[in-house]
Design a protein around this ligand. Sequence first.
Ligand SMILES: Cc1cc2nc3c(=O)[nH]c(=O)nc-3n(C[C@H](O)[C@H](O)[C@H](O)COP(=O)(O)OP(=O)(O)OC[C@H]3O[C@@H](n4cnc5c(N)ncnc54)[C@H](O)[C@@H]3O)c2cc1C
Length: 430
Amino acid sequence: MNIPKSSFPRIIIVGGGFAGIALAKKLSKKEVQVVLIDKHNYHTFQPLLYQVSTGGLEPDSIAYPIRKVLKDFPNFIFRLAKVTEILTSENIINTNIGILEYDYLVIAAGSKTNYYGNKEIAVNSMAMKSIPQSLNLRSLILENFEQALLTDNYHERNALMNFMIVGAGPTGVELAGALAEIKKGILPKDYPDLDTRRVQINLIQSNSRVLKEMSEEASEKAEEFLEELGVHIWKNMRVTGYDGKTVTTNTEEIFEAATLVWAAGVKGVKMKGLDAKELLAGGNRIIVNQYNQVKGYDNIFAIGDIASMQLKDLPNGHPMMAQPAIQQGENLGENLVRLLENKPLNPFVYKDKGSMATIGRNKAVVDLKKFKFQGVFAWFVWMYVHLFFLIGFRNRIVVFVNWVYNYIRFDREARLIIRPFKRNYDAFKN
Ligand SMILES: Cc1cc2nc3c(=O)[nH]c(=O)nc-3n(C[C@H](O)[C@H](O)[C@H](O)COP(=O)(O)OP(=O)(O)OC[C@H]3O[C@@H](n4cnc5c(N)ncnc54)[C@H](O)[C@@H]3O)c2cc1C
């Protein structure tokens, strides 16, 4: 991998997401050699992926070059590579570009979409976990309308204009709201020869609440906002199959749809060498202690979505969200320095800063520790927080300007099919 030996101990960080970058920043001026490895050369701000999928933002405004994050840190090295295996007995990682020895290893490889073993859904549905996937979804949404123009068949047209979203967590809710706004504000202008009133947005949730991780107040208000926007919410329903055309559920209900977005769960990325049964909790997350140390290893750590720190009040670990990832990265950064100075480590204590979701223009829900609020003010808070955590000054300006423009013009100009998604439409032809 052409990485020079250093007199400082080498820390390898696998993953430049929220957790990996927060950790890297903490190690910036310390006497360590840090090698950050990611299979992408950019950091992705996942909370705004749905805006890329729905043409509200260009992908480069929510991505940031990892090399630029690290440019002022002389003790840092970045390699664009996929880590394929950890050889724990030799302190070596294996990647698609070679092997590398470590003194300390931090796994911050995040999570991936969880299909709960349903291969048919995995093959035929759309996921929204990365920028390429969001661009695929953007293309598919637009291609469906182009295709709908070409058919006179009523059922075929309906299926092409039917959007199924499975999972009413923040991702599903935000996507459903954005699609509903496109239906109202953009489709009638772009496709005057289609009856776009027939566009359906169906949001399916397996239990009785949308945004079930948030307060009841937030759930109720989010549901009200979604219904105002014309989203059909199906509660206590589970999708059991999707062959690319027909959606089956655990109820009598069956849907015909050209698009099914799977936002029903994530699981930890499996890392060969650290995937023994006794190391993993539910959802493939690596079990760690209060210092984010992987069970049985002094020099291997896991942080962020991939780590499960099981505590009395959190038996399933911390929520798979940006804040726990960032805070674990920061705490581990301080602890690695303490470890090198032979000082005792500080246990990780999560400061819950609350949660929020936006449903659409002037419509958001915010749960803070002491206050819960919904509506216009919540929407401004949501925007402020997302701009604040976005990496890069340019990105913040671009996103802000886009939001102001979209707000004033009721528009989403990035509705472009740049890289077509190759969907086989044969199934829709009778
Ligand atoms: C659509 C969507 C919306 C979300 N909205 C919110 C929200 O509103 N609020 C919130 O708090 N959280 C939200 N989240 C969750 C949040 O984004 C994650 O909890 C957070 O990204 C976890 O950070 P992480 O550093 O653990 O992993 P990630 O940010 O996923 O980073 C993991 C990194 O590891 C790299 N990687 C993975 N495997 C390998 C490998 N084998 N070799 C090399 N590199 C590898 C990846 O390329 C990636 O850069 C959302 C997530 C999604 C998908």
